[in-house]
Design a protein around this ligand. Structure first.
Ligand code: FOL
Length: 198
């Protein structure tokens, strides 16, 4: 049988789970983006010969501004069932897999990767959440509702997923994290780490 390491998700969502609209994120929150970059790059303390990996769906890859991709300091992995359509435009060093399981299996076998993060979008989050190896969700809980979202993060079953206290979030991050409500661009949100029980 194939063994998969525990992995984590990172997501920002509205109260109802909205994460996207028309192929993009319907807000710009610099403090949340800095948190995303810090967590995916530094959490789980990659050693000097290691990096963290980020797995994303093809649409999420295409949504990242060209100047920011591949996301620096992280191993970038893109999921698509049509690799030939994507590969011509992909920078060298970006790995492509046809399924989430194939990517998780391949990355789990590498000793140059400290931790695996799934970074969306909606289709990939839904599949990853059903995976028992998905142990942590770094959720940015946005207080406002945004009209017109067409892409969603599934509701977390709170009998399975429990919010860690802030000290635990900071231990996992290995960096300070702002506690409580964060105000940014006339919106407010909170950084919460949910962990799967049992
Ligand atoms: N999780 C959270 N908390 N917030 C997000 O915005 C988010 N976005 C995605 C996945 N998980 C998330 C997917 N979308 C970049 C752009 C889009 C994106 C993810 C990352 C990006 O350009 N990141 C750069 C920093 C850019 C900047 O500083 O403005 C990076 O290096 O991480």
């Amino acid at each position: 049988a194939t063994k998969t390491r525990d992995f984590s998700m990172v997501v920002a969502a509205t109260r109802s789970g909205g994460i996207g609209k028309g192929g993009t994120i319907p807000w710009r929150l610099p403090k949340d983006m800095a948190y995303f970059k810090m967590i995916t790059t530094k959490a789980f303390q990659p050693g000097t010969n290691q990096k963290n990996a980020v797995i994303m769906g093809r649409k999420t890859w295409e949504s990242i501004p060209a100047k920011f991709r591949p996301l620096p300091g992280r191993v970038n992995v893109v999921l698509t069932r049509q690799p030939d359509a994507l590969r011509p435009s992909l920078p060298a060093g970006v790995d492509v897999y046809g399924t989430l399981d194939a990517a998780l299996t391949a990355l789990s076998a590498r000793n140059d990767i400290a931790h695996i993060f799934v970074i969306g979008g909606g289709q990939v989050y839904a599949e990853a959440l059903a995976h028992t190896a998905c142990a942590n969700v770094f959720l940015t809980e946005i207080d406002q509702e945004l009209d017109g979202c067409d892409t969603w993060f599934p509701a977390l079953d709170k009998t399975q997923w429990v919010a860690a206290d802030h000290a635990k979030l900071e231990r996992v991050a290995g960096e300070p994290v702002q506690a409580g409500k964060v105000a940014d661009k006339s919106m407010t949100f909170q950084f919460v780490l949910y962990q799967r029980q049992g």
